[in-house]
Design a protein around this ligand. Structure first.
Ligand SMILES: C[S@@+](CC[C@H](N)C(=O)[O-])C[C@H]1O[C@@H](n2cnc3c(N)ncnc32)[C@H](O)[C@@H]1O
Ligand SMILES: [Zn+2]
Length: 388
């Protein structure tokens, strides 16, 4: 390992070293992506909230260790952590994982070199937290995670194959997530719901059900924090959250239909055009306001470099926690009405004056989550335009 020039970085309270590389790529001797610091900082907050709720020592699995930065940070920066296992299939990664454990003077962290699925199969019931942060899709590893997960545990899942989940490419999404995507203005939310739905269906095989506590789509990735619980009856009930989103390309109306095998309307009730369906996907909550409030409180007790960005995102997710699924893109509606877009704040005020809810969303700066229909929103926009 002496052939490499070493780079040193600091995240939170932790120092990490790994071989220097020119380009962030899976080809680097050991993978490290500085753009994922926010993801790691939020993970520290979410796992700490989970640990406090459980009121016991928790064991953590960092399934795709890379430099070991997650496992090492989790042990170093989260209170109440017992044993941490860092796994990676690469020997070079294992070397730097051990190096970084020693660099931070940590005990009770093991390093393993296995294929991720094999590792989870060997360690059934040993972890309270499983962090899945692979290259691309987490899909192939979720079955083993379902098998391994404790009856009350936290699953942290990253997906970087957003083009599949968002529907830029339909076939890979069908192959990997067994769901049809649709590339609408709210496709990042649809993507998160497809991933959550796939986790729910995969874990259901092991009579385990999910509660999504927090989720976000940021830059090139999506991340979900999911509580896993055990029980066939509650799993059956939780699968009632599965369903479809149907979208009208002509008038921008959209609607949801609960149920995996119930019939779905094919014609737009507003304009009569054919509806396009996405799913099956998770129509249950994808943000939990109580959990997010606790993550926000936790920021005060942690040293995280991305504090400002983390708080902005968490507050945005908190605002949209109880809003309906999907959102409207103001510019897209204005374009279809052939009017210029009024000021955003005015639109929110006016929709609320009409008796509807209207909140911003972290997915888009020009997105509105509302229970108003497309017709109601169009009327508001036309009225504001006339008033100008
Ligand atoms: C995206 S990187 C992990 C980044 C790390 N979690 C972080 O936050 O910096 C993915 C890692 O998974 C490892 N890997 C790839 N395929 C694997 C497999 N089938 N089982 C276990 N590890 C694997 C790679 O060697 C790589 O280090
Ligand atoms: Zn329509």
């Amino acid at each position: 390992m002496d052939e490499y020039k070493i780079k040193s970085i600091e995240e939170g309270l932790t120092k990490i070293e790994f071989p220097e590389f020119d380009k962030i790529s899976s080809e680097a001797p050991v993978f490290y992506n500085p753009h994922m610091e926010l993801n790691r900082d939020l993970s520290i907050l979410a796992i700490q909230v989970f640990q406090k709720q459980e009121e016991r020592e928790i064991n953590i699995c960092d399934l795709f260790g890379g430099s070991g930065i997650r496992g090492v940070r989790y042990k170093n920066e989260i209170d109440g952590v017992g044993n941490v296992c860092i796994n990676d299939i690469s020997e070079v990664a294992n070397h730097y994982e051990r190096h970084n454990i020693a660099l931070n003077n940590l005990e009770d962290i093991e390093v393993h070199q296995h294929d991720a699925s094999m590792f989870l199969r060997m360690k059934r019931g040993e972890f309270d937290v499983i962090d899945i942060d692979p290259f691309g899709t987490p899909s192939p590893f979720l079955d083993s995670a379902g098998y391994c997960a404790r009856r009350k545990s936290l699953l942290c899942v990253t997906a970087t194959d957003t083009s599949a989940l968002c529907g830029t490419y339909k076939e890979p999404c069908i192959r990997k997530y067994n769901a049809k995507p649709y590339k609408s203005e709210y496709c990042h939310e649809t993507g998160i719901r497809i991933l959550a739905g796939f986790v729910a269906l995969t874990l259901a095989k092991y009579a385990k059900c999910i509660e999504v506590k927090m989720s976000h789509s940021t830059e090139h990735y999506m991340r979900l924090y999911i509580y896993v619980k055990k029980g066939s009856k509650r799993t059956d009930e939780s699968l009632e959250n599965m369903g479809y989103i149907s979208h009208c390309k002509n008038c921008l109306h959209r609607q949801t239909s609960l149920g995996l095998a119930s019939s779905i309307e094919d014609t737009c009730p507003v304009c009569g055009e054919k509806l396009i369906h996405a799913g099956p996907l998770w129509l249950g909550d994808i943000q939990d306001s109580e959990f997010i409030k606790k993550m926000i409180e936790e920021v005060e007790y942690k040293k995280i470099n991305t504090e400002k960005q983390a708080l902005k995102l968490l507050n945005s997710c908190l605002t949209e926690a109880d809003a309906p699924a999907t959102f409207y893109d103001v510019h897209k509606i204005c374009k279809s009405l052939k009017i210029s877009a009024p000021k955003l704040d005015l639109i929110f005020d006016e929709i609320e004056k009409e008796g509807f809810k209207a909140v911003k969303t972290h997915y888009s700066p020009i997105g509105i989550k509302t229970d108003a229909s497309i017709k109601d929103i169009q009327n508001v926009l036309l009225k504001l335009c006339e008033d100008e």
